[in-house]
Ligand binder design. Structure first.
Ligand SMILES: C[S@@+](CC[C@H](N)C(=O)[O-])C[C@H]1O[C@@H](n2cnc3c(N)ncnc32)[C@H](O)[C@@H]1O
Length: 238
Protein backbone atom coordinates (compact mmCIF):
# COMPACT_ATOMS: atom_id res chain seq x y z
CA UNK A 1 0.00 0.00 0.00
CA UNK A 2 3.01 2.27 0.22
CA UNK A 3 2.64 5.44 -1.82
CA UNK A 4 -1.18 5.15 -2.00
CA UNK A 5 -2.94 8.51 -1.76
CA UNK A 6 -5.71 9.36 0.71
CA UNK A 7 -7.55 12.67 0.96
CA UNK A 8 -7.08 14.69 4.10
CA UNK A 9 -8.20 18.35 4.48
CA UNK A 10 -7.61 19.24 0.85
CA UNK A 11 -4.20 17.57 0.64
CA UNK A 12 -3.22 14.35 -1.01
CA UNK A 13 -1.27 12.53 1.65
CA UNK A 14 1.08 9.84 0.44
CA UNK A 15 1.33 6.99 2.86
CA UNK A 16 5.11 7.30 2.89
CA UNK A 17 4.79 10.65 4.67
CA UNK A 18 5.22 12.79 1.54
CA UNK A 19 2.50 15.44 1.29
CA UNK A 20 1.48 16.88 -2.06
CA UNK A 21 -0.91 19.80 -2.52
CA UNK A 22 -4.20 18.57 -3.99
CA UNK A 23 -5.67 20.04 -7.17
CA UNK A 24 -8.53 21.58 -5.17
CA UNK A 25 -6.31 23.42 -2.69
CA UNK A 26 -4.13 24.66 -5.57
CA UNK A 27 -7.27 25.96 -7.30
CA UNK A 28 -8.39 27.62 -4.05
CA UNK A 29 -5.05 29.41 -3.69
CA UNK A 30 -5.09 30.58 -7.33
CA UNK A 31 -8.66 31.84 -6.99
CA UNK A 32 -7.85 33.55 -3.70
CA UNK A 33 -4.89 35.52 -5.03
CA UNK A 34 -6.73 36.45 -8.25
CA UNK A 35 -9.75 37.68 -6.31
CA UNK A 36 -10.12 41.44 -6.90
CA UNK A 37 -11.16 42.03 -3.27
CA UNK A 38 -8.11 40.18 -1.95
CA UNK A 39 -5.90 42.31 -4.23
CA UNK A 40 -7.70 45.52 -3.21
CA UNK A 41 -7.42 44.65 0.51
CA UNK A 42 -3.66 44.13 0.15
CA UNK A 43 -3.33 47.50 -1.63
CA UNK A 44 -5.57 49.46 0.72
CA UNK A 45 -4.22 48.00 3.97
CA UNK A 46 -7.23 45.94 5.01
CA UNK A 47 -6.56 42.66 6.74
CA UNK A 48 -9.27 40.76 4.92
CA UNK A 49 -11.53 40.93 1.87
CA UNK A 50 -14.42 40.85 4.35
CA UNK A 51 -13.80 44.57 4.97
CA UNK A 52 -15.51 45.32 1.65
CA UNK A 53 -18.70 43.58 2.77
CA UNK A 54 -19.00 45.88 5.78
CA UNK A 55 -17.96 48.93 3.74
CA UNK A 56 -20.75 48.23 1.24
CA UNK A 57 -23.33 47.75 4.01
CA UNK A 58 -22.10 50.93 5.70
CA UNK A 59 -22.41 52.83 2.41
CA UNK A 60 -26.03 51.72 2.08
CA UNK A 61 -27.30 51.56 5.66
CA UNK A 62 -25.06 53.94 7.64
CA UNK A 63 -24.92 51.73 10.71
CA UNK A 64 -21.59 52.96 12.11
CA UNK A 65 -21.35 56.45 13.61
CA UNK A 66 -18.76 58.41 15.51
CA UNK A 67 -18.55 57.68 19.24
CA UNK A 68 -20.57 54.44 19.13
CA UNK A 69 -19.99 51.36 21.27
CA UNK A 70 -19.65 48.24 19.14
CA UNK A 71 -19.17 44.56 19.83
CA UNK A 72 -17.49 42.75 16.90
CA UNK A 73 -17.93 38.97 17.12
CA UNK A 74 -15.73 36.69 15.00
CA UNK A 75 -13.39 39.60 14.37
CA UNK A 76 -10.11 37.97 13.27
CA UNK A 77 -8.07 38.88 11.32
CA UNK A 78 -9.67 42.29 11.90
CA UNK A 79 -11.01 43.62 8.58
CA UNK A 80 -14.39 44.63 10.05
CA UNK A 81 -12.71 46.00 13.17
CA UNK A 82 -10.55 48.28 11.00
CA UNK A 83 -13.63 49.58 9.14
CA UNK A 84 -15.56 50.09 12.39
CA UNK A 85 -12.63 51.84 14.11
CA UNK A 86 -12.29 54.31 11.22
CA UNK A 87 -16.02 55.15 11.33
CA UNK A 88 -16.24 55.42 15.13
CA UNK A 89 -13.26 57.71 15.60
CA UNK A 90 -11.28 58.12 18.82
CA UNK A 91 -14.38 58.52 21.03
CA UNK A 92 -15.80 55.20 19.87
CA UNK A 93 -15.33 51.90 21.63
CA UNK A 94 -15.00 48.48 20.05
CA UNK A 95 -14.63 45.11 21.66
CA UNK A 96 -13.40 42.60 19.07
CA UNK A 97 -13.70 38.93 19.98
CA UNK A 98 -12.35 35.86 18.22
CA UNK A 99 -11.09 32.48 19.26
CA UNK A 100 -8.13 33.09 16.96
CA UNK A 101 -5.46 35.59 17.95
CA UNK A 102 -5.58 38.93 16.16
CA UNK A 103 -3.23 41.90 15.91
CA UNK A 104 -4.35 45.01 17.77
CA UNK A 105 -6.48 47.68 16.08
CA UNK A 106 -6.27 51.23 17.47
CA UNK A 107 -9.21 52.06 19.74
CA UNK A 108 -10.39 48.44 19.89
CA UNK A 109 -10.01 46.00 22.76
CA UNK A 110 -9.23 42.56 21.41
CA UNK A 111 -10.40 39.55 23.41
CA UNK A 112 -9.07 36.18 22.32
CA UNK A 113 -11.48 33.40 23.22
CA UNK A 114 -14.57 31.45 22.29
CA UNK A 115 -17.74 33.50 22.69
CA UNK A 116 -19.46 30.38 24.07
CA UNK A 117 -17.16 30.56 27.07
CA UNK A 118 -18.85 32.29 30.05
CA UNK A 119 -15.46 33.74 31.05
CA UNK A 120 -15.14 35.43 27.64
CA UNK A 121 -18.72 36.73 27.87
CA UNK A 122 -17.93 38.19 31.32
CA UNK A 123 -14.76 39.81 29.94
CA UNK A 124 -16.76 41.44 27.12
CA UNK A 125 -19.36 42.70 29.55
CA UNK A 126 -16.73 44.15 31.84
CA UNK A 127 -14.90 45.85 28.96
CA UNK A 128 -18.08 47.24 27.43
CA UNK A 129 -19.31 48.44 30.83
CA UNK A 130 -22.96 49.06 29.94
CA UNK A 131 -24.93 48.61 26.76
CA UNK A 132 -23.79 48.63 23.15
CA UNK A 133 -25.20 50.47 20.15
CA UNK A 134 -24.32 47.83 17.58
CA UNK A 135 -23.37 44.16 17.51
CA UNK A 136 -21.57 42.82 14.45
CA UNK A 137 -21.23 39.10 13.91
CA UNK A 138 -19.26 37.71 10.99
CA UNK A 139 -18.74 34.44 12.87
CA UNK A 140 -18.44 31.25 10.86
CA UNK A 141 -17.87 27.78 12.27
CA UNK A 142 -15.02 25.53 11.27
CA UNK A 143 -16.47 23.55 8.40
CA UNK A 144 -16.64 19.78 8.83
CA UNK A 145 -17.83 19.18 5.26
CA UNK A 146 -21.04 17.57 6.59
CA UNK A 147 -23.68 20.08 5.48
CA UNK A 148 -26.22 19.42 8.25
CA UNK A 149 -23.58 19.66 10.97
CA UNK A 150 -22.10 22.87 9.54
CA UNK A 151 -25.53 24.47 9.19
CA UNK A 152 -26.43 23.60 12.80
CA UNK A 153 -23.14 25.06 14.03
CA UNK A 154 -23.63 28.24 12.00
CA UNK A 155 -27.17 28.65 13.37
CA UNK A 156 -25.93 28.17 16.94
CA UNK A 157 -23.51 31.08 16.41
CA UNK A 158 -26.36 33.28 15.09
CA UNK A 159 -28.50 32.39 18.08
CA UNK A 160 -25.69 33.25 20.44
CA UNK A 161 -25.22 36.63 18.73
CA UNK A 162 -28.96 37.26 19.06
CA UNK A 163 -28.91 36.29 22.77
CA UNK A 164 -26.07 38.72 23.40
CA UNK A 165 -27.97 41.41 21.48
CA UNK A 166 -31.04 40.81 23.64
CA UNK A 167 -28.90 41.18 26.78
CA UNK A 168 -26.63 44.05 25.80
CA UNK A 169 -28.10 46.21 23.05
CA UNK A 170 -29.32 49.64 24.03
CA UNK A 171 -32.90 50.45 23.00
CA UNK A 172 -32.89 51.38 19.29
CA UNK A 173 -29.60 49.51 18.72
CA UNK A 174 -28.79 47.25 15.75
CA UNK A 175 -27.43 43.79 15.02
CA UNK A 176 -25.67 42.85 11.78
CA UNK A 177 -24.94 39.18 11.37
CA UNK A 178 -23.82 36.64 8.85
CA UNK A 179 -26.49 33.97 8.29
CA UNK A 180 -25.97 30.85 6.21
CA UNK A 181 -29.27 30.12 4.51
CA UNK A 182 -30.65 26.69 5.31
CA UNK A 183 -32.27 24.83 8.18
CA UNK A 184 -33.05 27.11 11.09
CA UNK A 185 -32.90 30.40 9.18
CA UNK A 186 -36.66 30.98 9.12
CA UNK A 187 -36.95 30.31 12.82
CA UNK A 188 -34.09 32.72 13.46
CA UNK A 189 -35.86 35.40 11.40
CA UNK A 190 -38.99 34.96 13.56
CA UNK A 191 -36.95 35.34 16.75
CA UNK A 192 -35.25 38.47 15.41
CA UNK A 193 -38.59 40.01 14.46
CA UNK A 194 -39.74 39.73 18.08
CA UNK A 195 -36.91 41.95 19.26
CA UNK A 196 -36.38 44.42 16.41
CA UNK A 197 -38.69 46.72 14.49
CA UNK A 198 -37.07 46.10 11.13
CA UNK A 199 -34.89 43.52 9.40
CA UNK A 200 -33.24 43.82 5.99
CA UNK A 201 -31.15 41.29 4.09
CA UNK A 202 -27.92 42.25 2.35
CA UNK A 203 -25.71 40.28 -0.03
CA UNK A 204 -22.71 42.53 -0.61
CA UNK A 205 -20.78 42.16 -3.85
CA UNK A 206 -17.75 40.86 -1.97
CA UNK A 207 -19.86 37.95 -0.71
CA UNK A 208 -19.28 35.13 -3.16
CA UNK A 209 -22.36 34.23 -5.20
CA UNK A 210 -21.84 30.53 -4.55
CA UNK A 211 -21.87 31.06 -0.78
CA UNK A 212 -25.20 30.68 0.98
CA UNK A 213 -24.19 33.48 3.35
CA UNK A 214 -26.32 36.55 3.69
CA UNK A 215 -26.01 39.49 6.06
CA UNK A 216 -29.06 40.27 8.11
CA UNK A 217 -29.36 43.73 9.56
CA UNK A 218 -31.85 44.00 12.39
CA UNK A 219 -32.61 47.57 13.40
CA UNK A 220 -34.38 49.45 16.18
CA UNK A 221 -33.98 47.01 19.01
CA UNK A 222 -36.95 46.76 21.38
CA UNK A 223 -35.75 45.43 24.71
CA UNK A 224 -37.89 42.96 26.59
CA UNK A 225 -39.75 45.01 29.26
CA UNK A 226 -38.69 42.43 31.86
CA UNK A 227 -35.02 43.09 31.04
CA UNK A 228 -35.55 46.82 31.51
CA UNK A 229 -37.22 46.21 34.88
CA UNK A 230 -34.30 44.02 35.97
CA UNK A 231 -31.78 46.68 34.86
CA UNK A 232 -33.71 49.40 36.71
CA UNK A 233 -33.85 47.41 39.92
CA UNK A 234 -30.14 46.49 39.77
CA UNK A 235 -29.09 50.11 39.19
CA UNK A 236 -31.40 51.23 42.04
CA UNK A 237 -29.65 48.70 44.31
CA UNK A 238 -26.16 50.11 43.41
C1 LIG B 1 -15.19 35.05 8.34
S1 LIG B 1 -14.11 35.11 9.69
C2 LIG B 1 -14.28 36.78 10.24
C3 LIG B 1 -13.63 37.81 9.37
C4 LIG B 1 -13.60 39.16 10.02
N1 LIG B 1 -14.94 39.71 10.20
C5 LIG B 1 -12.79 40.15 9.23
O1 LIG B 1 -13.36 41.12 8.75
O2 LIG B 1 -11.59 39.99 9.14
C6 LIG B 1 -15.04 34.23 10.91
C7 LIG B 1 -14.40 34.21 12.28
O3 LIG B 1 -15.33 33.71 13.23
C8 LIG B 1 -14.56 33.18 14.29
N2 LIG B 1 -15.40 32.37 15.19
C9 LIG B 1 -16.17 31.31 14.85
N3 LIG B 1 -16.75 30.81 15.95
C10 LIG B 1 -16.37 31.58 17.00
C11 LIG B 1 -16.64 31.55 18.39
N4 LIG B 1 -17.44 30.59 18.94
N5 LIG B 1 -16.08 32.47 19.20
C12 LIG B 1 -15.26 33.41 18.66
N6 LIG B 1 -14.95 33.49 17.34
C13 LIG B 1 -15.50 32.58 16.51
C14 LIG B 1 -13.50 32.38 13.56
O4 LIG B 1 -12.40 32.10 14.38
C15 LIG B 1 -13.17 33.32 12.38
O5 LIG B 1 -12.03 34.08 12.65
Amino acid sequence: MEGESVRSRGHRVKRGGVVARSKSSGRWLREHFQDPYVQRAAKEGYRSRASYKLLEIQEKDRILHRGMRVLDLGAAPGGWTQVAAACLGPQGRIVAVDRLPMDPVASATVICGDINDPGVIAQCQETLGGGVDLILSDMAPNMSGIASVDQARAMALCELALDLAQDWLLPGGALLMKVFMGAGAEDLRRQIKNSFKKIVVRKPEASRARSTEQYWLAMEFKPDPLREEELDSSSAAD
